[in-house]
Ligand binder design. Structure first.
Ligand SMILES: [Cu+2]
Length: 176
């Protein structure tokens, strides 16, 4: 019966369409990203540097095309991944003197991490009062905004037990 075959074909096309739409939606939000958050590994704005690049998802840094210095009104976003290997990626962040940066720190892995940023000596010593976000759990993102006044040196670190000793730290390079 030609009529029945056409009806079956029609249903098949609708099902194929739904599958296509679902697949597109799945690709649009990277695994691990939460609703309303930009994907930490970059299908969002700034992702053109490619999967696996250290600064995926971050705004252009000083010296890169499109760089806009962060201000207190409009901080520049730097995305950092914290891993089970006790590493931050990237582990070197370049800022312009006086810039305000919002660090968006995402944990990729099972371990919870912390993110402290400030004068290098205070970060190394885990000095009370140094800006910090804690309990960044698996696939969670927490942000911390900091203004880099003065020449530094500045650093960042995770002071979850054993992590700093395991090498979980990074440096902030200040350029004029
Ligand atoms: Cu850690």
């Amino acid at each position: 019966m030609p009529g029945r075959r056409l009806a079956v074909l029609g249903v098949g096309l609708v099902v194929a369409g739904i599958i296509l739409i679902t697949a597109t939606a799945a690709f649009g939000s990277a695994p691990g990203s939460l609703p309303g958050q930009a994907a930490p590994w970059g299908f969002g704005p700034g992702a053109m540097m490619g999967f696996g690049a250290a600064n995926v998802g971050s705004a252009p840094d000083p010296g890169s095309p499109g760089f806009i210095a962060g201000t207190t009104a409009a901080p520049r976003v730097v995305r950092i991944i914290a891993s089970d290997a006790l590493r931050f990626s990237p582990d070197t962040v370049t800022v312009k003197a006086g810039e305000t940066i919002t660090f968006e720190v995402t944990t990729m892995g099972m371990m919870s991490h912390e993110f402290m940023v400030g004068p290098a000596a205070n970060v190394a010593a885990d000095t009370a009062g140094t800006p910090e976000v804690a309990d960044i759990a698996m696939m969670a993102t927490r942000s911390l905004t900091y203004t880099f006044n003065g020449p530094g040196p500045f650093a960042f670190a995770c002071h979850a037990p054993g992590h700093y000793e395991g090498g979980m730290k990074g440096v902030v390079v200040v350029v004029p």
